[in-house]
Design a protein around this ligand. Sequence first.
Ligand code: BEZ
Length: 218
Amino acid sequence: MPGITLGDRIPNLAGNSTLDHLKLYDYIGDHWAIIFSHPADFTPVCTTELGSIARYIPEFEKRNVKIIGVSNDSVEDHKAWIKDIEAYNGVKITYPILEDPNREITSQLNMLDPDEKDEKGRPLPSRALHIIGPEKTIKCSFLYPGTTGRNFEEVIRSLDSLLLASKKKIATPANWKPGQPVLISPSVTDEEAKKMFKTFDKVDLPSGKGYIRFTTDV
Ligand code: BEZ
């Protein structure tokens, strides 16, 4: 994924959206945010995705996360398409969808797919999704092709992991789910960990290195 990547600060981009003109930094404020792209309006997978995100809005709100969509299509097209999304998915689209006719936003956020082209041969966005921290840096990115709709349960799960790791020196194991034990960060010594966390459970390993240490204190 060349271009903007994990740890980079996103530029303060601006554009017209279905909810008025939007400046990214002003809209995000001091919240976490998700900005996601889709290849094109009036396409089937995208219609399911934008409806699915709308269904998760209460979960994003619980976590104080702002949502922003973007594609190269016009606001006029977005607004006409929203009627289809709402009818098909039985939801209301309350989050803004940016237009990006000149590909300024999608190229600067590294969201274009060189293999997907519009009728004029210009690249279309991939299914890219960046989770942005309050200081406007990229904390996590998803990058899917047009043919593969995203799993928004996984987006929420990743968000929960990021939010925990932003507060405590922990990391989450493979297939972790909220409520399960988490791993103590390798940067923390055993002595520090025992003071930092109410529970401390070290796993015996053949190497004897003791680097797998769980806590339930999150
Ligand atoms: C879709 O949304 O259905 C789609 C978009 C681009 C490529 C393939 C599928």
